[in-house]
Write a protein of this length. Sequence first.
Length: 238
Amino acid sequence: MTNAADVRVWAVVPAAGIGERMASDCPKQYLELGGRSILEHALRRVAGHPRVRGVLPVIREGDPFWPGVRRRLGDLARLLPEVPGGASRQDSVGQGLAGLEPLAPEDLVLIHDAVRPCLGEAEIDAVIDAARDGHGSILAVPVADTLKRVTDGQQIEATVDRSQLWRAQTPQVFPAGPLKAALEMAREREWPATDEASIMEAAGYTVGIAPGRVDNLKITRPEDLSIARAVLESRWSG
């Protein structure tokens, strides 16, 4: 792959989910932290990075919450016009790639969860740098807790060795050519996947990691909101 200084970096932020586990009146990406929606925080973090040329949000068709967010984002530099999402995350990422065309095969595509509002600039640099010489890279953190494998009856079956286990985060960054090929293969073969790295792995590509931060958390449950609020206040106060 070409040197990181020469390669173009584009971003896709899939934001078409409905967030059922949050049990709120709106999708979780539209819940507010510090006067801004979670999605606004995520888009601003990525769009504000100097190495990212453009950020494309993928929004559920007919989403009633997006127009208000778009107005509040104003003329945010590098924010590209949104495209409609698909039925799954894979579909939405594919829609995002189509919205970025034309892409050179060596262009890097950075994919970031719409509900990770606490991403820092240093982490974006780290994952882009780690992706430049191979088939891509993701942010991840080592598993710190003791892990238990549990039966359906809620009984501990075994303690799992955590020495080689990492928790995947986003951003996940891949060259456009291999990512397109892997997504197409996943669509044809109906592979289930929870992130883009697992699709790349299944397609035979080697994906690296860049050490992330524990506080780059994904908002999934109501209790995550208070943690994210504290992180935002401590890292970006003022």
